[in-house]
Design a binder for this molecule. Structure first.
Ligand code: PLP
Length: 464
């Protein structure tokens, strides 16, 4: 191969901090010269060149190591360089690197069966996609064709992906740049006890009022026009909003009453993030369709999909499903998925997450909230938590304004820099620090990350 091409392909694995100024400079130059980045003003970014990663850490080319405290974009459930996942991908690449979806493939079939078995009674098939946004696109299409109705409801505080349908379902400001979007999508307010849109004073009242609001929206839209209600089981990027008791069950009842499909977007919480195979299993409701991606194989090869019940499969028994993807159920992605489910089972990762929830996250984050005036609330489940930051605990004024465009984000940027200076890479969104480390993190590694956040918050307290 030509030298410049061989050079990048032959770099050895980097499993500890390295200092390689040439690689650092070359990566920066190619990136800034030629890579167009997501969600960014291209002239205002300066991405860190990452040389490698191992377990809960990754390494740049300037000799620094970072604890990956957001699991990249909450996808890296089993950490970097997991030997079982890497081996599965290598073995599959040697055997059959790709095969188009109209053939049957052993790893694809096995993964579909493993997923259906873990989703529980009520599901029989999986449609595979390349990620979360496509999963939601197909759930939307299936729901419309299955019900013969065209409207789809989703919440304002939500993110469902960046393709046409999913960005329209998305309720938050990232939608605005893609409007008008697709027809037939209606937004409503979901529960958020800390900043109740319904002026509720207790979680129970929040549930009651949020359900009454949703019932009103469906009534005025015309129940016979509504195909689906799409919800993130626990709202992710928009705040780790754990639904108050009875809410999801109430939405399920409402859907049953009107023949509406309930779609649980589990792109962030599926495959162990909440200490259960699917997040919904921590609540008392069963959705009709589940969309997933990220944690299914820790993002080692792009993969997502929709878990489907027999009734929807039946709709397409004699009539063709009008949709497909060249890489649906890609063998390398599916091999990584099969290995990932094997590892989660063998190493009791779900039990580990449940223990971390009660023994580490809940007590340590509660103590952190008590120590820092800048913390308004901590909330979460499993290994999925948010620390919401405020200027004033009484008024609950957010530390930075809700709509980030043009706002003064300095306080959050400073917190990010303070964490990174201590070797911890945090996941920041709005006025929150999201704590979502790899599920394989030890208690000590989580304490290490929280110690950096603790120090960063002390600096933020001092500036209030
Ligand atoms: N749905 C949820 C809840 C997500 O968090 C995301 C991504 O963060 C998506 C959908 C979109 O997934 P992807 O980026 O794989 O298209």
């Amino acid at each position: 191969l030509p030298d410049d091409i061989a050079a990048v392909l032959r770099r050895p694995p980097v499993t500890a901090p390295v200092t390689d100024p040439d690689a650092d400079a070359a990566t920066r130059a190619d990136d800034r010269g030629h890579v167009f980045h997501s969600w960014s003003a291209q002239s205002r970014i300066d991405p860190v060149p990452v040389a490698g990663g191992l377990g809960v850490r990754f390494f740049d080319d300037a000799g620094r190591s970072y604890l990956d405290f957001g699991s990249q974009l909450v996808n890296l459930n089993l950490g970097h360089g997991h030997p079982d996942l890497v081996a599965a991908i290598k073995t599959q690449a040697d055997r059959l690197a790709t095969i188009q979806p109209s053939f049957a493939s052993d790893v694809r079939g096995t993964l579909a069966r493993l997923i259906v078995e873990r989703a529980g009674a009520g599901f029989s098939h999986v449609f595979f996609t390349n990620g979360g946004t496509e999963a939601n696109e197909h759930a939307l299409r299936m729901a419309r064709l299955h019900t013969g109705r065209h409207k789809v409801l989703s919440t304002y505080r939500s993110y469902h992906g960046a393709t046409a349908g999913s960005i329209t379902l998305t309720g938050e400001p990232r939608r605005w740049g893609s409007e008008p979007g697709i027809p037939g999508v209606v937004h409503f307010s979901g529960p958020y006890p800390y900043r109740s849109p319904f002026h509720a004073t207790s979680p129970e009242q929040e549930t009651e009022r949020a359900l009454a609001h949703l019932s009103d929206v469906v009534t005025f839209e015309g129940p016979h026009t509504v195909a689906a209600i799409v919800l993130e089981t626990v709202v992710g990027t928009n705040g780790v909003l754990v639904p108050p008791p009875g809410y999801l069950e109430g939405v399920r009842e409402l859907c049953d009453r009107w023949g509406i499909l309930l779609v649980a977007d589990e792109v962030m919480v599926g495959f162990g993030r909440l200490g259960s195979w699917f997040g919904i299993q921590r609540f008392g409701a069963t959705p009709d369709l589940i969309t997933f991606a990220k944690g299914v194989n820790s993002g080692y090869v792009p993969l997502g999909g929709v878990v489907i019940p027999p009734a929807v499969v039946e709709t397409f028994a004699e009539r063709a499903y009008p949709g497909g993807l060249t890489y649906s159920g890609h063998p390398l992605a599916c091999a990584a998925g099969v290995a990932s489910i094997g590892v989660i089972e063998r190493d009791d990762v779900l039990g580990h997450v449940r223990r971390l929830e009660t023994e580490v996250f809940a007590p340590e984050l509660t103590a952190l909230a008590d120590r820092h005036p800048v913390v308004g609330e901590v909330r979460g489940l499993g290994a999925f938590w948010a620390i919401e930051l405020v200027r004033d605990r009484e008024t609950r004024t957010p530390l930075v304004p809700f709509n980030a465009a043009g706002a003064d984000l300095a306080p959050m940027l400073e917190i990010g820099a303070a964490c990174r200076a201590r070797g911890v890479w945090p996941f920041l969104a709005g006025n929150r620090i999201h704590v979502a480390p790899p599920l394989i993190s030890t208690a000590d590694e989580i304490r290490e990350g929280l110690a950096a956040i603790d120090a960063a918050l002390s600096e933020a307290d001092a500036k209030l």
